[in-house]
Each structure stands twice: as structure tokens, then as C-alpha cells.
Design a protein around this ligand. Structure first.
Ligand code: MG
Length: 255
């Protein structure tokens, strides 16, 4: 099923999307919910980020090809960093280009959405804790990433975590295409078969460090082909079986 979060009028709701129709849900999508009789046309609502993570745990260098293009060695354990909840935007919202950076890159990634509280989970049990999968753009100020020791500044600007358009609950994450398209041109084309650390390993590993909560997101890493974006560009992250996450880049307003 494809779950989405959307605004219609001044109401925000969860729903299940099927072709061009969303059926509204009542209750909590991560705990207990019921389908209602209310339906909406997909093109008459505003899709929002499909979850509101308390944290995004992102993985660095999880595709061999991306480590090579950055000239970095593969880590022997998953390399973790965080993106804050305040960086999250939904489909169609604008990525703001921060004045502090001269080089802002897209990174197309498969995102895991956690379904229930996970602490010290075994790799073989990881699937039980996953609600579904979505697309994320791990937007990165590459110049600041190179300059700073920590990733905090380069990865955490407001709007640097577009997520969506929906959460697909029936996806086998072991072999899906992950792409980015800049102004309609294909820029990245990878497949999760090339992940250094697969999804179940990541959930287990992270849960031994920090408790994962329902709605939390794991950004599983980006394939070869990262590149820069300019103000006015449109960037799309496409993950096979999930959909297309499209955002525009705008100049940050100074206020
Ligand atoms: Mg990344």
C-alpha cells in the first residue's frame, strides 16, 4: 500500500493512495487506523512529507561507486550522521540555497521508515520494525562538508531533507533502482543491490546505538553521480516502486 500525508483545505490527514485517488484514514498510521469513506482526488490535495521523523539517520559512503567518486575508502562499519527534523520538507516544497555555501549537491537515496520502537534489534528481526520505504534527497553543502570535520552544518540546513511522495509498504529493498534527474536529465542511476550495508543490517546497527521511533527515517546512502544544483533547478529523486520526489531550488530569503 502507498500511504501519504496530505493537506486538503486546512486539514492534514493520512491516506492510502491508489492511482489518482486518496482514501482518508482515521487514527494513527503507525499504531492503529481505519479507512474512512472519504476520498480525495490526488491532484486536488497538497502532498506533505509522508512522515514526521524525530530524526533522520543517514549513512555515508554506502555505495562503492560513490565512495570512489569522492576518493574515499569504504568504511568497515556503517558511517552514521544525523539530519534534523527541521530539515524535512515534502514533495513540491522548495529547497533553499543557503548563502553560506557555494556548492549544494543532490543525493538520491532510498529511505526506510521505521514502524515501531526499535532498540537492539537483530538483523533477522529488522523487517518487523520497518513500516515502509520512501524517497529522500540528502541535500548537501559539499564545500562545507569538505571544510568542516563534522557533517552537521553541511547536511542540516532547513529544507535539506525532502522526503516523499508516499510510503510504500510492499517493497523488497534488496534490488530497487535509485535515480536522480536534474531539470529532467538523468544524473544518478544506482541499484540497492550495490549497497555495502543492506537495509536490515542498517536497522540492526543503528538500533544498537540509538532507539529508533515510529516515523524515524534512515537514508541509506547515495549512488555514483552526485552533482551540484543551482537556484532555479528542479531536482527529482525516483525510487523504483515508490514514486518521484520533485523539488525546486530557490534562493534563501534573508529575514
Ligand atoms: Mg547521503
Amino acid at each position: 500500500m502507498k500511504f501519504c500525508r496530505f493537506a486538503s483545505g486546512n486539514k492534514v490527514r493520512y491516506g492510502v493512495a491508489e492511482s489518482d485517488t486518496i482514501t482518508e484514514l482515521k487514527g494513527d498510521v503507525f499504531f492503529q487506523y481505519d479507512l474512512t469513506d472519504e476520498t480525495h482526488k490526488l491532484d486536488e490535495v497538497t502532498l506533505l512529507s509522508p512522515c514526521k521523523p524525530s530524526k533522520i539517520v543517514a549513512i555515508g559512503l554506502n555505495y562503492r561507486s560513490h565512495a570512489q567518486e569522492l576518493g574515499m575508502e569504504l568504511p568497515d562499519e556503517p558511517m552514521l550522521f544525523l539530519k534534523p527534523s527541521t530539515a524535512v520538507i515534502g514533495p513540491g516544497e522548495d529547497i533553499c540555497y543557503p548563502p553560506m555555501s557555494q556548492r549544494v549537491d543532490y543525493e538520491a537515496e532510498l529511505a526506510v521508515v521505521i514502524g515501531k520502537r526499535a532498540k537492539n534489534i537483530k538483523e533477522s528481526d529488522a523487517e518487523d520494525y520497518i513500516f515502509g520505504y520512501t524517497c529522500i534527497n540528502d541535500v548537501t553543502a559539499r564545500d562545507l562538508q569538505k571544510k568542516d570535520i563534522q557533517f552537521t552544518r553541511s547536511k542540516c540546513f532547513d529544507t535539506f531533507a525532502p522526503i516523499g511522495p508516499c510510503i510504500e509498504t510492499e517493497l523488497d529493498p534488496r534490488r530497487v533502482k535509485v535515480e536522480s534527474h536534474l531539470n529532467g536529465e538523468l544524473r544518478q542511476s544506482g541499484n540497492t543491490i550495490d549497497l555495502v550495508f543492506p537495509v536490515a543490517r542498517l536497522v540492526s546497527f543503528i538500533s544498537q546505538v540509538m532507539t529508533l521511533l515510529p516515523g524515524d527515517v534512515i537514508a541509506t546512502g547515495t549512488p555514483f553521480g552526485v552533482g551540484s544544483m543551482a537556484v532555479g533547478d528542479t531536482i527529482e529523486v525516483v525510487v523504483e516502486g515508490i514514486g518521484r520526489l520533485r523539488n525546486r531550488v530557490v534562493a534563501a530569503s534573508i529575514s
